[in-house]
Every structure is written in structure tokens, then in C-alpha cells.
Write a new protein. Sequence first.
Length: 124
Amino acid sequence: MTVKIGPGALHWTAADLAKLEPNSNEEDAVSDYARSLAVDLLTKSAKLTAYSIAPESVEQFEHDLLLRWNFDNRGMILTCPAAEGSGPSLYRETIKGNKSETVELKQNINAEQLAEAMEWLFDR
């Protein structure tokens, strides 16, 4: 597996997400709204931080889009909802041993908050 780290990682991820197929008949297929929300958020965040890493996984779940990052005992999940009118949320945790030590959930995050979270992930 190749891990993409660097100032372009969020741009690369946004480009990959933009290529996701539009809604299909599949039960969990990502909605157009969730996809465009994620692309916009990642693209804007990439301009605000030099610290970024591509997510280790991108999941389509009940038309939402979930992006997961883990780095150096820190993890976060960005959830872009399927329904218009709902904003993205960001779950962050630090792990010590095999247990969550600190947990935080932010609702309706913006590009600045995602950029700050990227820097937190790298302990900057």
C-alpha cells in the first residue's frame, strides 16, 4: 500500500473523489451532494495547510461518504452527509495502548477546521 503524504495529498484525494460514480441503484452508493461537499472541503483545506495525508480508507455508507485517517496514534473520520442542508462532521481521537484516550466530535466543520485537524494529526 502506498501512503500519500505531502501538500498535495488532499488535492489528490479530492480528484479521486470527483471521479466516484454518481448515484446508482446500490444501497450505499454515495450521493452527489456528499461527494461534492467532500471535494469542496478537501480542495479548500489543501490551500490552508502544508500538512496532509491521503485517507487510509474512503467508504460509501447509506449514501454518506466517510474518510478515515490514522497517523501516529491519532485518528479522525470525516463524514460528509448524503442529505443537503446537513454539514460535514469530524471525529478525532488519540489512542494510547489499544484504547481511545481523548475523543472529540465537531459538527458542521469548514475548510479551516479540517486544515487544523490535519495539522493536529501530524502533531503540529
